[in-house]
Design a protein around this ligand. Structure first.
Ligand SMILES: Nc1ncnc2c1ncn2[C@@H]1O[C@H](COP(=O)(O)OP(=O)(O)OP(=O)(O)O)[C@@H](O)[C@H]1O
Ligand SMILES: [Mg+2]
Length: 244
């Protein structure tokens, strides 16, 4: 079996009196693609944000490469290099060209020479099918193109894990496919990914583990094809029948 890279144990998170995550457990092994599905407000984004310490959990542990990261002084900068995130609304820097969006953080952190960083950025732009857009400003790109730039930007840090928070939900339907295709390529190449998604086709066909969340709990999880075919929990069945 592949190495465990991330392990979440008994994670809970509240905002005031509102318990948003309740005793969440998840193991991620290298190369795994985990899809997280569930109704709005069930805690999916909060869960992702806890994983890379954008939110502080109230209790429980998050271990990355066998080291607890949410207690004591773990190096957040290192963590944000190694666990990348792609957001629903792309979050590109609007005043920078596409190329600069991708090279900015690697150059700031000096992870390689300027020349190497730029060469890699151009390579990544080709990979997501946007080599010709290097000098454009983000606003001149379609949503699907912007999201592919955001994925290239995340990849420029050579992350060990990529987190996606509904990467296609802000897109016009005809642009969803081009982003999913890039994500599928990454999955096929062995990238470790945790993907919050409403794209049931992706969840079923591309991921190798499915988590269904509701009301802060993981209600059901397992093999995606098995859950889609035979959900064990009544709430999972209801949710799937409402979205399929
Ligand atoms: N910063 C915050 N302060 C207070 N409450 C919050 C905060 N962030 C999220 N919540 C609440 O936590 C709950 C879970 O929110 P979260 O965004 O994680 O859900 P979600 O599953 O991602 O939903 P969606 O599918 O709509 O994106 C919601 O009730 C939300 O209102
Ligand atoms: Mg969300």
């Amino acid at each position: 079996m592949k190495d465990l890279i991330l392990s979440v144990k008994n994670l809970s998170k509240s905002y005031g009196d509102l318990e948003v995550l309740k005793d969440i457990n998840m193991d991620v092994r290298e190369g795994e693609v985990i899809s997280v599905i569930g109704p709005s407000g069930s805690g999916k984004s909060t869960f992702l944000r806890c994983i890379n310490l954008l939110e502080e959990p109230n209790s429980g542990t998050i271990s990355y490469q066998n080291e607890v990261i949410n207690q004591g002084k773990y190096n957040r900068r290192k963590l944000h290099r190694e666990i990348g995130m792609v957001f629903q609304k792309f979050n590109l820097f609007p005043h920078m060209t596409v190329l600069k969006n991708i090279t900015y953080a690697p150059q700031k952190l000096k992870i390689a020479s300027k020349k190497e960083i730029e060469a890699k950025a151009r390579e990544l732009l080709s990979k997501v099918g946007l080599a010709m857009k290097a000098d454009e400003m983000p606003n001149n790109l379609s949503g699907g193109q912007q999201q592919r730039v955001a994925i290239a930007r995340a990849l420029a840090m050579s992350p060990k894990i990529l987190l996606f928070d509904e990467p296609t939900s802000a897109l016009d339907p005809e642009l969803v496919g081009e982003v999913l295709k890039v994500m599928k390529t990454l999955a096929d190449e062995g990238m470790t990914m945790v993907v919050v998604t409403h794209e049931m086709g992706f969840a079923r066909e591309v991921s190798n583990h499915l988590i269904f969340m509701e009301n802060g709990y993981i209600v059901e999880e397992g093999d995606p094809k098995e859950i889609f075919a035979h959900p064990k929990n009544e709430r999972t069945a209801q949710f799937l029948s409402s979205v399929l």
